[in-house]
Design a protein around this ligand. Structure first.
Ligand code: ATP
Ligand code: MG
Length: 565
């Protein structure tokens, strides 16, 4: 057993506890082999990250291994693009499957052999009922099913028909192979489930070799067994499939019988987490793509500025349990802020600039001031920022008619410019036609350099700024929740899109950022002081930078939970 889990068994979740117990009792010859088994029919989302962290995490913690297995049994929906994106996502999250990259399609010949074995044992039959009829014959939760009239075909006939199915003699849906179990089972999955179907669709790995494909339950149990998986961890919706999983392995001459254990899937509010729904958003152009920064996909979150460790920490914090619940998206953002706060370099950027002229500042080239890169990590050092006669401040940081307790800038009031001086606003200039304020005139107090007044004068407000002759213009994209409703999936079918938040993306052009950001690399995340965390979007080009707001600074989740402590 690994160091990590030697001492501290009480704190283990029920799955890790089980793995620890199995190791103690010598089960599986002291081995741990898990797998992450995605179907390559879409991009991975934050829910998959939970499963990845669990499967790879358990392997890592117990000196075991974890396979990456593509469950590619439905060629009508699967594509190489998805295979590649899944590999990227797992790698980016920080996990390594070594050379254990497997595909259910690699086992098609073996799985076919197992189907033949079932037929020969009288435990599978070729059925000619239509899909509709099969559904009708299946019965309901309260009513038993009805046996197929084809259930008692002879072994020879079944073998011949199944072989003919493989040869391509029949059309899609014309025949299926079904396990012969029990049409009166209380568990509908055990009512002679279909284990093979005909699909005349080329497969992205096996090409035209097959026109029959094993169904998920059959392929999954056998793939686990072929690979010698010890702990097959899956989400709760498969609990009712476990008897079938076990039936398949008990009735075939397999060399290993993995144990399936279920855990609660991750649900999160204000988003959807079904690949089908996410694909729908992409296909209808309701988002810019799988990597739209509002998507709960790993690529989307990465583009948004998430760090892999923030996602891993989040998965740690939510833990593994047996009962379904809904996680507040604010917890995810809390985990993100915790990491970014430690790492992100602080810079100044003005999103909605207004020009400020400091009338009594010398008409020279300005001066350089020293700014701290990260107060949470002094080893990040300091940098020089340029101060000059004309600067930009945030439009919101000035008020013509300041309410009570307004500590930012207004005519006659004094405010501190971060790292620079106190300034006082003396007059405003408005556009003749629109009446909009276009320029502020201020004076500065040279004695307050660095932000303190020698005469002890108090100034409550501190605002950020950038120098007008030493800044870079950029586009900044602000994001909000993708949906306005906590549980958009409550809606029927496609209606969930009616809960899309039409204010979830706001694009601001011509923001003014400090010039150190001119050549910031794509993906880099910064804290824009007072505004939030922002990362460089891949759309950035030299001379036209694009930033995404990763998350704001305000941490309501942290606050609420601190109060409760
Ligand atoms: P769909 O979204 O179409 O229901 P899926 O998310 O189940 O499909 P798979 O590719 O089969 O897609 O998932 C791979 C693995 O990830 C499975 O083992 C599945 O249990 C797990 N998984 C999927 N969604 C979640 C989730 N929300 N929380 C935890 N694990 C998940
Ligand atoms: Mg699935």
């Amino acid at each position: 057993m690994s160091e990590l889990h030697d001492k501290n068994n009480e704190s283990l979740d029920f799955i890790r506890q089980k793995v620890a117990d199995d190791l103690k009792s010598g089960k599986n010859n002291g081995k741990v082999l898990t797998r992450f088994p995605p179907e390559p029919n879409g991009y991975l989302h934050i829910g998959h990250a939970k499963s990845i962290c669990l499967n790879f995490g358990v392997a890592r913690e117990f000196n075991g291994l974890c396979n990456l297995r593509f469950d590619d049994t439905n060629p009508t929906k699967e594509e190489q693009e998805y295979v590649d994106s899944i590999k990227d996502a797992v790698k980016w999250l920080g996990f390594d499957w070594g050379n254990r990259e497997f595909y259910a399609s690699d086992y098609f010949e073996k799985i076919y052999g197992f189907a033949i074995e079932l037929i020969k044992k009288g435990k599978a039959f070729v059925c000619d009922l239509t899909p509709d009829e099969i559904r009708k014959f299946r019965g309901t939760l309260t009513e038993g099913g009805k046996e197929s009239p084809f259930r008692n075909r002879s072994l020879e006939e079944n073998l011949r028909l199944f072989e003919e199915m493989r040869q391509g003699k029949y059309k899609d849906g014309e025949k299926v192979l079904r396990a012969k179990i029990d049409m009166n089972s209380g568990n509908i999955n055990m009512r002679d489930p279909v284990i093979y179907r005909i699909l005349h669709t080329p497969h992205n790995r096996t090409g035209n070799k097959w026109c029959i494909y094993p169904m998920y339950d059959f392929a999954h149990a056998l793939s686990d067994s072929i690979e010698g998986i010890t702990h097959s961890l899956c989400t709760l919706e498969f609990e009712d499939h476990r008897p079938l999983y076990n039936w398949i392995l008990e009735n075939l001459s397999v060399s290993s019988h993995p144990e399936q254990t279920e855990f609660a899937r991750l649900n999160m509010n204000y988003t959807v987490m079904s690949k089908r729904k996410l694909l729908f958003l992409v296909e209808k152009g309701l988002v810019s793509g799988w990597d739209d920064p509002r998507m709960p996909t790993i690529v989307g979150m990465r583009r948004r500025g998430y760090l892999p460790q923030s996602i891993r920490n989040f998965c740690d914090v939510i833990g593994i349990a047996k009962r379904e619940n809904v996680i507040d998206i604010e917890l995810l953002e809390h985990c993100l802020r915790e990491d970014l706060n430690k790492q992100a370099l602080r810079v100044m950027g003005v999103l909605r600039p207004i020009k400020v002229v400091i009338d009594n500042y010398p008409d020279n080239n300005g001066e350089e001031l020293e700014a701290i890169n990260n107060p949470e990590d002094l080893s990040a050092g300091t940098r020089k920022i340029k101060f000059s006669k004309v600067i930009y401040i945030e439009r919101d940081d000035f008020s013509e008619n300041p309410p009570k307790n307004y500590f930012r800038l207004s005519v006659g009031a004094e405010v501190r410019l971060r790292y620079a001086y106190f300034i006082k606003c003396v007059s405003i200039i408005k556009d003749d036609k629109t009446g909009e304020i276009v320029e502020l005139h201020c004076t500065y107090d040279p004695a307050t350099k660095g932000g303190n007044s020698p005469d002890g004068r108090k100034v409550k407000g501190t605002i950020h700024w950038v120098s007008s002759d030493n800044c870079v213009a950029a586009e900044v994209r602000l994001y909000d929740r993708l949906f306005t409703k906590e549980n958009p999936a409550e809606a029927k079918d496609e209606d969930f899109t009616s809960f899309l938040n039409d204010k979830s993306l706001e694009v601001i052009k011509n923001c003014k950022l400090e010039s150190s950001l001119k050549a910031a690399p794509k993906g880099a995340v910064f804290q824009f002081e007072r505004l939030g965390y922002f990362c460089v979007d891949p759309d950035s080009q030299p001379g036209s930078m694009v930033f995404n707001r990763t998350v704001t600074l305000k941490d309501t989740w942290g606050k609420i939970n601190q109060k409760q402590k």
